[in-house]
Design a binder for this molecule. Sequence first.
Ligand SMILES: NC(=O)c1ccc[n+]([C@@H]2O[C@H](COP(=O)([O-])OP(=O)(O)OC[C@H]3O[C@@H](n4cnc5c(N)ncnc54)[C@H](OP(=O)(O)O)[C@@H]3O)[C@@H](O)[C@H]2O)c1
Length: 250
Amino acid sequence: MDLMLEGRRCLVTGASAGIGAAIAEGLAREGATVVATARRQDVLDQWAEGLEAAGVRRPLTVTGDMTDARQIGRIACQAAQLAGPIEVLINCAGGSRPVTLEDGEEVWEEAMSLNFTAGRRLAEHVLPAMREARWGRIINITGLMEPHFLNAALAAKAALHLWAKGLSRDLAKEGITINSIAPGRIESEQVQRLYPESERAAFIERYIPAGYFGEPADLSNLVVFLASPLARYITGTLIPVDGGMSHKGA
Ligand SMILES: NC(=O)c1ccc[n+]([C@@H]2O[C@H](COP(=O)([O-])OP(=O)(O)OC[C@H]3O[C@@H](n4cnc5c(N)ncnc54)[C@H](OP(=O)(O)O)[C@@H]3O)[C@@H](O)[C@H]2O)c1
């Protein structure tokens, strides 16, 4: 299937690892012009070199901290300078933030800033060009909507989902779709840190009908499709990619 992504200008956050890296690679493999962003320049460089060596169009890279409003503005600006007006934005930077009632404001501020405000801010930077072109895609990587415990990142992801849903209604007639994808448990840097091998079997037995943790490609395949012009009639959705986890009382 030709996804018609050749030359499309895409900006992917959280692209130095895990899900974001797989999404950026998936788009690059379809011939898109990808700008990949994260904080670690050395990791981004090594990853981009690896793709180029494998014969994939080398992604462009920009570094910055998505919790800083000024840096978000700079990332948006540099991405447009490097690639041209961004047509596809993937908000993937983020991470789990388990909290207790004793944790202070700073913990909540950081979690909301990274997992909600960053994506909204970046979208506000790229949307004027999308609106002018009357075409655009925004895809947010959110999280499960049924927490197992208090996690500030999930509260932020819920905000991102409902922000996306509302905005998708406003922009639906302008050729811009906005969707969210809720991963279950997908192999990545943070998942390897949070789920040691010794604890996985019990977790999988309890929560994941498919019987295993997903791979980043399980999620990036869907993102690449949603980025395509072929996905024009899908907007305002939250699609779980979770091996059935959200249907097992997760
Ligand atoms: N994997 C899962 O099972 C799962 C489940 C639910 C939700 N999610 C969501 O999916 C997304 C990707 O998760 P992942 O598991 O692939 O995570 P990961 O392996 O930890 O990667 C996180 C990415 O975000 C970037 N990042 C983190 N903090 C940042 C900051 N302040 N500024 C800029 N970039 C930052 C990291 O790059 P640098 O460190 O280089 O900045 C990295 O590229 C996240 O939004 C996460 O909440 C994942």
